[in-house]
Design a protein around this ligand. Structure first.
Ligand code: PRX
Length: 659
């Protein structure tokens, strides 16, 4: 573990505080009573939250922690996630409510009510069943941000299948790794998606993933590929394996009885970077996860019937799972779903969408906010943003300056901001202000959610005093907690539960300020956060050393004004490598392309520096801290533990010479 002390030194001393406006507080879904109720009886609090779901058979036990650290919540109840997110609204007379205002990047729009989605998920569920997909089967979903992505996820849940959504920015290799690990029977994809005004092909990547490298052979688990026609681009076809969505789903009957599952039935797997090279397949189950997602969505975003809610995340990430698909849909939200990028065709696109659909609640990431700051406030000012009443932030620490800009320029100084801390593992928001209750401080996620027990501890696992920093831990199980790493209980226990006895180790550093409010300080492990995307240093190092030119590689996350962190790689080129370009820039360009192909564009290093050595401890561990100093142009810190202290000189000299 890295000591967080150096991060603490940099912490801004922030004294501003913003109380909720009385008018907002008067109508808020959540009052201070939430904390009181949860404080009196945490389990009863969660029981009440769970009772807001539609259960097929009621549960009698709230929490079974006898097999810790694998929790079972509400385990003797049965339900169906799709029934909760869709059927229930139709059944209770809300079928005409708009579920999604879909906006395609080229400008196409589609309005889908809950009744429309109901019809589509039933056809899709019948289509999946016809392809042999049933309870417990795994389905990989590799789609653009289009309504079919939501329908596909819900249709899986409807038949009891476990979805594993893979973000469209991942490469064929990454997709293959995830298909194999989950042993997915079916892959749902599209011919392509729209990205920055062009057609981005997806199906060829699926073909490449399934075919595999010559030494690997075809993916053994995949029986079919279900393909949505989105862009209409030319698509290769494997007869017998590939089926069009419009052939396999659209003609199906629009009636399907959901498969009722036990509360602990897995709902989805989602891969995320771990501290070792291979991504971890985190999995969540049904009852507890849905309880956490729906409850937090209702109280943090203060959702009302007439709200128009827009979460700008991709459904390929946990934020899209919990706060586009499950939480909001269970709450019957009307949402915006946007396929494209913020600057296509112009830098005002998001604000145009807010104006057009009168968005009231916006949930986005600090990296986006900082990008808009860079583009300038004159752009959002051209649009009517007066419909907005609540703003949310997620994915990385938000710096006070970005927070203030978000509040003033986007929120017109009237909207509360909820800075929500959570993780793929936690399934739902764990630390956040409640918008009608909490006086917020710019840059602080403030306090644990009601019913969530969080602390900051020192190296020995002892809670730190106010004013001090340490490691963020969760001290009691919570309903939406991950139930494990797919197929690897040992890795689950050792990653999260072995650091501090009986406590969940989040991997984040945090500080309690003098009032006890929480400030997140970023990761304390080898995980980087680049534009809110989680990447591991080792994952990228593995990719780089797989290139024939590279003898050794060391990757660090260096601070970046817009993306939070950026990937910086130090590589040592092999002496015996053939065809290596003279110019380091050309080497860097080739290696960046290599990483893009291996992992995906999101992992492409911003900077690759060719060096003659990397600093290591006497036991051979790369000293990333020192490389981060170099990458961030700081004087190098303590080098006494280096096996060869002159290495740092050599690196700096080499870089100077190269500049
Ligand atoms: O470091 C924390 C950061 O994102 C990590 C979790 O990443 P992921 O599983 O991809 O989920 C992202 C969306 C929930 C955390 O360990 N993080 C997330 N939200 C915040 C944050 N850091 C500071 N403040 C936040 N609000």
């Amino acid at each position: 573990m890295v000591n967080v002390a150096h991060t603490l030194e940099n912490l801004h001393t922030e004294t501003r505080s913003f109380r909720p406006h009385a008018a907002f507080a008067a109508h808020a879904n959540a009052t201070a009573y939430e904390y009181k109720k949860a404080g009196v009886d945490r389990l009863q609090y969660w029981r009440e939250a769970a009772l807001r779901l539609a259960w097929r058979t009621p549960f009698t036990e709230i929490l079974d922690w006898s097999d810790a650290p694998v929790a079972r919540w509400f385990h003797d109840g049965t339900l169906n996630a799709c029934d909760n997110a869709v059927d229930r609204h139709v059944r209770e007379g809300r079928g005409d409510r708009v579920a999604f205002h879909f906006v395609g990047e080229p400008g196409d729009t589609e309005t889908l009510t809950y009744a429309d989605i109901h019809e589509r998920v039933q056809r899709a569920a019948n289509g999946l069943a016809a392809l042999g997909v049933g309870k417990g089967d795994r389905v990989a979903i590799y789609l653009p941000q289009i309504p079919e992505a939501v329908v596909a996820m819900l249709a899986c849940a409807r038949v009891g299948a476990i979805h594993s959504v893979v973000f469209g920015g991942f490469s064929a290799d990454s997709l293959r790794q995830r298909i194999d690990d989950a042993e997915a029977k079916l892959v749902i994809t599209a011919d392509g998606g729209n990205r920055r005004g062009a057609h981005l092909a997806l199906k060829p990547l699926v073909d490449e993933a399934i075919a595999g490298h010559p030494e690997q052979g075809p993916a053994p688990s995949v029986e079919h590929v279900l393909v949505v026609k989105r862009t209409g681009q030319e698509t290769a076809w494997v007869e017998g394996r590939d089926v069009w969505w419009h052939d396999a789903v659209d003609p199906q009957p629009a009636s399907h009885e959901p498969v009722w599952v036990e509360a602990e039935h897995p709902l989805f797997i989602l891969y995320t970077s771990g501290t070792t090279g291979t991504p971890k397949g985190l999995f969540h189950t049904t009852g507890g996860y849905l309880t956490g997602a729906a409850h937090t969505h209702r109280i943090v975003f203060d959702l009302k019937d007439d709200d128009v809610y827009w979460c700008t995340a991709d459904v390929g990430w946990i934020t899209g799972h919990s706060y586009i698909v499950y939480g909001p849909m269970i709450n019957g939200a009307t949402q915006v779903l946007y396929e494209g990028t913020p600057n296509t065709p112009h830098e005002g696109r998001w604000w145009e969408i807010v104006e057009q659909f009168k968005v009231t609640i916006l949930y986005t990431a600090p990296t986006a906010i900082r990008t808009f700051m860079k583009w300038g406030e004159a752009i959002p000012q051209q649009y009517d943003l007066s419909s907005l009443r609540l703003l949310g932030s997620v994915g990385e620490p938000i710096n006070p300056e970005a927070w203030m800009w978000y509040r003033r320029v986007i929120g017109g100084d009237r909207c509360p901001i909820v800075d929500t801390w959570w993780q793929t593992e936690t399934g739902a928001i764990m630390i956040s202000p409640l918008p009608g209750v909490t006086a917020t401080k710019p840059g602080s996620a403030m306090t644990p959610m009601p019913g969530v027990s969080i602390d900051v501890v020192d190296d020995a696992g002892r809670p730190v005093a106010n004013g001090e920093g340490g490691y963020l831990v969760v001290t009691e199980p919570w309903p939406s907690m991950l139930r494990g790493i797919w197929g690897n209980r040992h890795r689950y226990v050792s990653t999260y539960w072995n650091h501090f006895d009986g406590m969940y180790f989040a991997g984040d550093g945090a500080k309690k300020d003098v009032d006890g409010d929480l400030w997140l300080l970023g990761r304390v492990d080898d995980v980087m956060n680049v534009s809110g995307h989680r990447l591991t240093t080792t994952e990228i190092e593995h990719s780089l050393v797989a290139h024939p030119w590279v003898a050794e590689a060391a990757v660090v996350g260096a601070s970046d004004e817009v993306t939070g962190q950026a990937v910086v790689a130090f590589v040592i080129v092999r002496g015996d490598a053939h065809g290596v370009p003279e110019d380091g820039e050309d080497v860097a360009a080739a290696l960046r392309e290599h990483v893009r192909r291996q992992i995906g564009s999101l992992a492409k290093p911003r900077t690759i520096l060719v060096v003659s050595e990397v600093p290591k401890t006497r036991s051979g561990k790369i000293m990333r801290r020192l490389l981060r100093d170099v990458a961030e142009n700081r004087p190098t810190g303590d080098v006494t533990t280096l096996a060869d202290p002159s290495v740092m000189e050599a690196i700096r000299d080499g870089l100077e010479a190269g500049r």
